[in-house]
Design a protein around this ligand. Structure first.
Ligand SMILES: NC(=O)c1ccc[n+]([C@@H]2O[C@H](COP(=O)([O-])OP(=O)(O)OC[C@H]3O[C@@H](n4cnc5c(N)ncnc54)[C@H](O)[C@@H]3O)[C@@H](O)[C@H]2O)c1
Length: 502
């Protein structure tokens, strides 16, 4: 038997290898985005073709170790371990029994309810959606059907699979039809009175042991649980819009949520292919509580000298999928307005820029009204800078006696991202998040934070917490400095020379 030929002895017989390599470099560069590794892989292949094998191996080894030291590599490894860590809750061991989820129900067939129902159907779990009116139910079911049709049209789902999934979704107006479900997810209006009615009714009709979940974005889950006589079965399952697409699922653990209910929710998040992250109860939970500080800064930046497109461009260049103003126009500016009105009453000490309120008073709720921070043309989601909004911003500054200044892109990024990290530090200190990497997971999977930066907490670690703290102290001496109280945990870790992620 002849020995197998060694790779090192193989002759490369590829005419015009350099032209092929150049083509590869161009193609890979266009696809690699901010990541350096793919291009280096091409260089390693080039070395294999052009150098002696020993030199090629040495080149590859040297490139590997250099890449492993980059911030991008650290961010990717962080995200990999963060995702795995997120499913571990210290006082809920891996052998905690879980409840069987064979049938699901969703209350409300609106924006969120429809998407949530699709998640169950996609995982092969039959689901019934309950509405108050036939018209709303029909509209919700039609939207679901259309969503599946679009996925089929894009070639991403076989038509028979789509039919199968649509077939798993039924609608009803009667609570009796959902009484046997193993889990019910409420997605009705964000109003405590409406939630109260629904949870009292669920308590009355649902079979014993059913999990009663709420998709609330901001309301107190413990209050919701108290509408029932079974608070141990109540949990928050906070999906993100569009719920059938976004990876993040914030799992909100109430004061009395049972450990088996939490373990079931974590297992379910995997089954429906979401990244489940556990959050304690607070206003806005992890993600929205932090985004509020981020948005407050975005609005202050407008007063001080920036315009929406500059802010969006700066943070998008940093790597965010979408800047704060494009994001608000997509989500609806009225949602933030509603929350701010509640804040004005509940926390009058919190200072906000009046600019976003003026925008809403002008009826500019975003894409859905054809106008928001930007102008939109009918049937097109492309934002166009709005002279009217820009005049409104500069007009306000003039009226308030603010001397507008040139704001650098670097300052915009620091103001927005350090606002996230500082609030993240409070959330960590209060035990709302179990670990810094959970906060990073929320931002990577739910808020378009750039993966190559690893999330707001890892990014702060990369910059160095002493540098972050110094910058925050500098901002505290500027306009609206009161919004820049450093979180005690940030101060402590910076003084100890440590990072959020250990
Ligand atoms: N829209 C988002 O981006 C988003 C994201 C995360 C969480 N949420 C939360 O999800 C929930 C629903 O939000 P949405 O945007 O889907 O609202 P929506 O207005 O689009 O839908 C709410 C639906 O609930 C129905 N409904 C109202 N009262 C009902 C009742 N008593 N019984 C049955 N159905 C009832 C309405 O007819 C409507 O179809 C809210 O708690 C919201 O805070 C929304």
């Amino acid at each position: 038997m002849r020995p197998l030929p060694k790779v090192r002895d193989l002759k490369i017989d590829y005419p015009n290898a350099e032209a092929f390599l150049q083509f590869s470099r161009n193609t890979v560069k266009a696809m690699a985005g901010p990541f350096p590794a793919p291009l280096e892989c091409v260089e390693c292949v080039a070395a294999a073709v052009t150098k002696k094998i020993e030199d090629g191996l040495a080149f590859e080894r040297e490139r590997f170790f250099a890449l492993a030291q980059t911030d991008e590599s650290k961010a990717l490894r962080h995200a990999f371990f963060a995702e795995r860590a997120a499913s571990k809750v210290p006082d809920v061991p891996a052998d905690t029994p879980t409840r069987e989820i064979a049938r699901a129900a969703v209350i409300g067939a609106g924006t969120m309810g429809g998407g949530i129902a699709m998640n169950f159907a996609n995982a092969g779990i039959p689901v019934t959606i309950l509405e108050t009116k036939q018209e709303a139910l029909d509209k919700g079911l039609a939207t679901i059907r259309k969503n599946y049709e679009n996925t089929v049209k894009k070639g991403k789902l076989a038509p028979e699979k789509a039919e199968q999934r649509v077939g798993l979704i039924t609608g009803t107006l009667a609570y009796e039809d959902i009484a046997g479900a193993d889990i019910v997810v409420e997605a009705v209006f964000e109003d405590m009175e409406v939630k109260a009615q629904v949870f009292r009714k669920l308590d009355e009709v649902m079979k014993p042991g059913a999990i009663l979940a709420s998709n609330t974005s901001t309301l107190d889950l413990d209050k919701i649980a108290a509408f029932t006589k079974r608070p141990q079965d109540v949990i928050g399952l906070h999906f993100f819009s569009p719920a059938n697409v976004m990876k993040l699922l914030e799992i909100v653990r109430g004061a009395q949520t049972g450990k088996d209910v939490l373990a079931t929710a974590l297992a379910l998040s995997k089954k429906i292919r979401k990244t489940g992250v556990v959050s304690g109860v607070c206003d806005g939970f992890i993600g929205n509580r932090m985004v509020e500080q981020y948005l407050r800064q975005a609005f202050f930046l407008l007063e001080e000298g920036a315009l929406p497109e500059q802010v969006d461009k700066a943070i998008e260049k940093f790597g965010f999928a979408m800047g704060p103003f494009r994001m608000s126009d997509l989500a609806g500016n009225d949602i933030g307005w509603y929350i701010r009105k509640r804040r004005y009453a509940e926390s009058p000490e919190l200072v906000y820029s009046p600019i976003p309120d003026r925008l809403c008073e002008a009826g500019r709720f975003g894409q859905k009204t054809g106008a928001g921070w930007y102008d939109y043309q009918a049937g097109d989601r492309k934002p166009h800078a709005s002279p009217l909004v820009n005049d409104m911003i500069t007009g306000y500054a003039q009226e308030a006696g603010i001397e507008r200044r040139a704001i650098s892109d670097a300052e915009i990024v620091q103001r927005l991202v350090f606002a996230l990290a500082n609030e993240g530090a409070r959330i960590l200190e209060e035990g709302i998040a179990l670990r810094a990497s959970d906060i990073d997971m929320v931002y990577l999977t739910g808020y378009g934070f750039p993966l190559h930066r690893g999330g707001p907490m890892l990014y702060a670690d990369t910059v160095g917490l002493t540098n972050v703290l110094d910058t925050i102290r500098k901002f505290a001496r500027g306009r609206h400095g009161e919004a820049w109280q450093p979180a005690p945990l940030l101060e402590r870790l910076a003084n100890e020379g440590k990072g959020f992620n250990g």
